[in-house]
Design a protein around this ligand. Structure first.
Ligand SMILES: Nc1ncnc2c1ncn2[C@@H]1O[C@H](COP(=O)(O)OP(=O)(O)OP(=O)(O)O)[C@@H](O)[C@H]1O
Length: 301
């Protein structure tokens, strides 16, 4: 069953398309990373899915309902970002109590356990928290709400490395124990890719790819060798990324679809093969350099 369905979803701000004919579906109980460069349209998509923004055209369904102004969607989803506004009169403890009243699946034990673990004090106020502590508190609300659709927009903003590591560990543990659909945007895919099941990559409001993390890791391969030895293999082949290094050597990233025979021949000629991490590949696919060998469709198909 799909929790999210977008067809030709477009969001325009005074004519500028932040999302452009986006088509994607996200299934139930999936942990999905939403990645893309600054301005790719991640926040816009997440806000539309959580009902905070109205689409300009196309179709968007969350739990089979149009999210904008949908009570069903707002009761079953939570959107966490670094601009959350809680009532200023409420202490952190009050906020957790109020959240418990609002969210049907709220887990009080988890909320208070994380509250103590991260060293919060009941009488503190949200507006006085440091950037990292604010993100950590918001993350507690997002996790303890255990909403069937949980959306985290760059949840680790300001967190130090140790807290980020804790967050990803807790996120995965809680997700495995209480599966739900989680969409998480990040600029640090390398930190979270081991936890994710799928990656949705956007660029300039369009979908570049949406696939499992395993498929993404297998999609491309890196080759290192002398430029003149590599060149003949790329006469009819698209490159995703190229980087010169050393004296006439080159590193090339391309689709991982060489035959065993080709690979053996290339190895004999001194060409080295290496894997390409999901995060590096997403960067290469959305850099202007990637367009050198053709369009992204050419490269990916
Ligand atoms: N309210 C708005 N009015 C005009 N343009 C907007 C508005 N909100 C977003 N945009 C534009 O839409 C595009 C997509 O923005 P969005 O915030 O969705 O990107 P993002 O992928 O979340 O970026 P980042 O990684 O920098 O947070 C950007 O070019 C942004 O400037």
């Amino acid at each position: 069953m799909n929790i999210i369905e977008c067809r030709q979803l477009t969001k325009a701000y005074r004519g500028f398309k932040a999302l452009d004919q986006l088509c994607c579906t996200i299934g139930e109980n999936k942990l999905v990373g939403l990645v893309g460069r600054n301005g790719a349209g991640k926040t816009t998509l997440m806000k539309i899915l959580s009902g905070m923004l109205k689409e300009t055209s196309g179709e968007v369904k969350v739990f089979s309902n149009r999210p904008f102004n949908s009570l069903l969607v707002s009761a079953n989803s939570i959107f966490i970002d670094d601009q959350m506004n809680f009532p200023t009169a409420l202490s952190l403890a009050d906020i957790l109590v109020e959240a418990g009243e609002f969210y049907e699946h709220w887990n009080e034990e988890l909320a208070w356990h994380l509250f103590d673990y991260f060293g919060f004090h009941k009488k503190e106020y949200h507006k006085n928290l440091s950037k990292g502590k604010e993100s950590t508190f918001n993350m507690i609300v997002g996790l303890a709400a255990r909403c069937p659709l949980t959306i985290f927009d760059e949840p680790t903003t300001g967190m130090d490395a140790a807290v980020r590591k804790d967050f990803y560990r807790i996120l995965l543990k809680d997700y495995l124990a209480y599966p739900r659909t989680i969409l998480l945007s990040t600029h640090h895919l390398e930190e979270v890719e081991d936890q994710l099941e799928e990656v949705l990559l956007l660029d300039q409001g369009e979908k570049v790819l949406h696939m499992s993390i395993e498929e993404l890791r297998e999609l491309a391969i890196g080759l290192k060798g002398k430029r003149e030895i590599l060149a003949p293999y790329f006469a009819d082949r698209k490159t995703i990324y190229t980087e010169p290094f050393g004296m006439g050597d080159e590193y090339i990233v391309t689709r991982n679809n060489f035959s065993q025979k080709e690979k053996q021949e290339m190895k004999r000629e001194g060409i080295q093969f290496s894997g390409v991490s999901a995060s590096d590949l997403c960067i290469y696919l959305t850099s202007s350099e990637s367009q050198k060998g053709g369009t992204l469709d050419d490269i990916l198909n």
